[in-house]
Ligand binder design. Structure first.
Ligand SMILES: [Zn+2]
Ligand SMILES: [Zn+2]
Length: 155
């Protein structure tokens, strides 16, 4: 979890975003923003709902989806589709650019940052006379804990 100090200004930005567009600034929307902007993992909408419920906050499905959508449009949240049938989200302000390892067995997502890889992607863009803006790297496979479980059950 991000500390409150880091999350609060982001929530404030979202509040401003809603106000500027004359969208309703409700307690529920702010609660969704607080939970999502305070996440350090890649929750799905279902997981967000569970986290809200755990705090005793009930947010309707339509409001939940609409709020997450607004957070993505505001640029405060990144949307990922790791190909496991649902979308996942994360605050778009990680301190380092990172790529993702996605486990197809447990759906776990691990982040990694690799400077050499980042340089290589920029060089590749250059070689194609392509103006680099951003990249998105995903490695799909089976994570170490799942592999260990496989090996355990095989023996
Ligand atoms: Zn796994
Ligand atoms: Zn991530």
């Amino acid at each position: 979890m991000l500390t409150r100090d880091k999350t609060a200004p982001l929530v404030e930005q979202f509040r401003r975003y809603l106000r500027d567009r004359r969208l309703p600034v409700t307690k529920q929307r702010i609660a969704v923003a607080e939970v999502l902007l305070g996440s350090e993992d890649h929750p799905s909408v279902d997981l967000l709902r569970q986290r809200l419920e755990a705090k005793g906050l009930h947010v309707g499905t339509a409001t939940l989806y609409r709020t997450v959508d607004a957070l993505v449009k505001s640029g405060l949240v990144l949307e990922h589709d790791f190909g496991d049938g649902f979308r996942r989200y994360e605050p778009s302000t990680p301190t380092v650019e990172h790529a993702h390892l996605v486990c197809r067995r447990c759906g776990g997502v691990v982040e990694f940052a690799n400077e050499r890889l980042a340089r290589m992607l920029r060089m590749t863009a250059d070689e194609h006379h392509f103006h680099y803006e951003r990249d998105k790297v995903e490695i799909h496979g089976i994570c170490a804990p799942c592999r260990a479980r496989d090996l355990g059950s095989a023996g």
